[in-house]
Each structure stands twice: as structure tokens, then as C-alpha cells.
Design a protein around this ligand. Structure first.
Ligand SMILES: Cc1cc2nc3c(=O)[nH]c(=O)nc-3n(C[C@H](O)[C@H](O)[C@H](O)COP(=O)(O)OP(=O)(O)OC[C@H]3O[C@@H](n4cnc5c(N)ncnc54)[C@H](O)[C@@H]3O)c2cc1C
Length: 276
């Protein structure tokens, strides 16, 4: 799609001063997919040169410019060391309702900042206790959990001109056992519910992250693996104030039903693995 109001595309490495009508350009899979009448200038992140995936002593740093393809190809340093990465990276990337063309271009940063309820990389990084690293126009840096950064459908905590630099996944979250479930109206359709549950094999702490069916990520945690009734009640209580998504990809009542069903499947899957 031609963006007829855009007058200039700047290389973001030159740190152009932020102006009204500016937008960061990452993969452009959303920006070029529909009219953007308010945009005048695009600040292109393509040549920032940020390492896509960096294993650190604290965990994994994923650059905002990391593409879905790069994330999908990531091989953890030890398959046994980071079971959550093995269990989740592939299915969450494949939850993108799109072609290889989009996979090769769409970025982590674009997916999180666009903040669609069906954003699979929000599900992944919120479930793995990811922290956004945000760069302000005045050079300030702040950090915020992904689960809090996304504040609603299409809404985030980004300030004017702020840039998402990377997401940090702590090693302790990557060491948890994890499982994922997804529902959509059609096999290749947009996720109507995307849930990830993780459990710490050491202390038994258990958490489920709900996305897709809710307007923003909902995280429910327990000190130990919950009973079915406790999980159901906690989810209903946590989601009510946030709300169930109502759009062409699924009726809210169906999304609620699928969320509770998938959460129960996750609970039994992680409990069964424990017994093996
Ligand atoms: C066929 C098709 C299928 C799709 N399927 C899905 C799907 O299943 N789920 C889904 O969630 N989305 C989907 N999308 C929407 C979109 O492609 C993805 O959300 C994608 O991840 C956006 O990433 P991008 O790098 O292309 O972002 P862009 O289009 O470049 O940018 C998206 C938004 O984020 C801002 N932005 C980008 N990077 C940063 C940054 N680092 N810091 C601050 N702001 C930033 C931009 O200014 C813009 O507002 C689909 C799109 C298409 C065309």
C-alpha cells in the first residue's frame, strides 16, 4: 500500500528529532497494510544493527528488530537447560496467521507495539516474564514487564517517541516447564485465544498467561499447581475487569469458553508431565 501522506523515510541510526506525524518503521507489515493518513515521516529501524538474539548470563535478550523467522530458528544453548524456549518459541511463532513473507519481515518490536490481542509474541514474552527495555527521546531508559506494557487492544504504555529496544527473558523463566494452547475459528485464522502455562520444577509455582481472548494479557499465578476449580475461579475473576475480545475472529462467550477449556488442558498437561 502506498502511504501518500509520508514525505520522508529517515534512517533511525541518525537519531532524528521526533516530530508530530512520525512513526518507527520496523518490518512495515502493519504500517504498509492499511492507510495511515496521520503519518508524515517514517524512522526506519532496519539498519540499527542490533543482534537479534543474545544469550547473556541473566537469560535471553531479544532485539526489537528480531524477525519472526529469526526467533523461530533460535536454538537454546542447551535443550534441557531452557525447556520453556523449546516448548514455546516454535508454536508461538507459528501462531502468526500469515505467510513466510510476513514471517521474514515482521519483528518482535512491531508485534508488541501494535498490541493486537492476537499478538503471539506478546503471549510468548509475557508468559516468560519478559521485560521491555524502552528508550526515551531524552536518552532515558526504563524497563517494564511486557504484561504491563500492553494496556489494551492496540494500546501500550509507550510514551511519545519512545522506542522499544529489546525484551529481556530471565533465565529462571526459561528454565520452567511450559505448554501452550491456541484456538481460532479457522486452522490458519487469527488466534481467538492463546494461552501459555509454566511451572517451576523446583518450587512448584504455576502461572498461566491468557492472550488472544482478552483485550490485554492476563496473568494468573499460584504458589503450587492449582486444582481445576481454583484455576477456573481465578481466571474468571482476573479477566472480568479486562474484558473478553469481541470481533470477527470470535464471539466473547465462545472465547471465554475456550479460554477456560484450554487452561484446564494446560493444567492437566503440566500435571501429567510431572507424574512421568
Ligand atoms: C497477512 C498478515 C497477517 C498478520 N497476522 C497477524 C497475527 O496473527 N497476529 C498479529 O499480532 N499480527 C498480525 N499481523 C499484523 C502485523 O504484521 C504483526 O503484528 C507484525 O508483527 C508487526 O511487526 P512489524 O515489524 O511489521 O511492525 P510495523 O508494521 O513496522 O510497525 C507496527 C507498529 O509498531 C510500531 N513499532 C514498530 N517497532 C517499534 C519499536 N521498536 N518501538 C516502538 N514502536 C515500534 C510502528 O510505529 C507501528 O505503529 C498480520 C499482518 C499481515 C499483513
Amino acid at each position: 500500500m502506498d502511504l501518500t501522506t509520508v514525505r520522508e523515510v529517515c534512517d533511525a541510526r541518525r537519531s532524528p528529532r521526533w516530530q508530530a506525524g512520525d512513526a518507527w518503521l520496523a518490518g512495515g507489515t502493519y504500517l504498509f497494510s492499511e492507510p495511515q493518513p496521520l503519518l508524515r515521516r517514517l524512522l526506519d529501524l532496519e539498519r540499527m544493527g542490533w543482534e537479534a538474539l543474545r544469550v547473556t548470563s541473566g537469560g535471553l535478550e531479544i532485539a526489537a528488530t528480531c524477525t519472526v523467522t529469526q526467533l523461530h530458528a533460535f536454538v537454546p544453548p542447551g535443550r534441557m537447560a531452557w525447556p520453556a524456549a523449546v516448548a514455546l518459541f516454535g508454536p508461538c511463532c507459528r501462531a502468526f496467521s500469515s505467510s513466510f513473507k510476513v514471517w521474514n519481515t515482521a519483528t518482535l518490536g512491531g508485534n508488541i507495539c501494535l498490541a493486537l490481542p492476537a499478538a503471539p509474541l506478546i503471549a510468548l514474552t509475557a508468559a516468560l516474564e519478559g521485560e521491555c527495555v524502552l528508550l526515551a527521546q531524552d536518552g532515558g531508559v526504563r524497563r517494564m514487564p511486557v504484561a504491563r506494557f500492553v494496556t489494551g487492544a492496540g494500546r501500550t504504555a509507550l510514551a511519545e517517541g519512545e522506542l522499544l529496544r529489546s525484551v529481556l527473558l530471565p533465565a529462571r523463566a526459561l528454565r520452567r516447564r511450559a505448554a501452550v494452547r491456541r484456538a481460532s475459528l479457522r486452522p490458519q485464522g487469527r488466534s481467538a485465544a492463546l494461552l501459555v502455562a509454566t511451572v517451576d520444577p523446583g518450587d512448584g509455582t504455576w502461572r498461566v498467561t491468557v492472550t488472544g481472548s482478552t483485550t490485554r494479557p492476563v496473568v494468573v499465578s499460584f504458589d503450587r499447581p492449582p486444582a481445576a476449580q481454583a484455576l477456573r475461579e481465578a481466571l474468571e475473576q482476573a479477566v472480568d475487569p479486562v474484558g473478553w475480545v469481541d470481533d470477527v475472529h470470535g464471539h466473547p462467550a465462545w472465547r471465554r469458553h475456550m479460554t477456560l477449556l484450554l487452561a484446564e488442558e494446560l493444567r492437566t498437561e503440566l500435571a501429567d508431565e510431572e507424574r512421568v
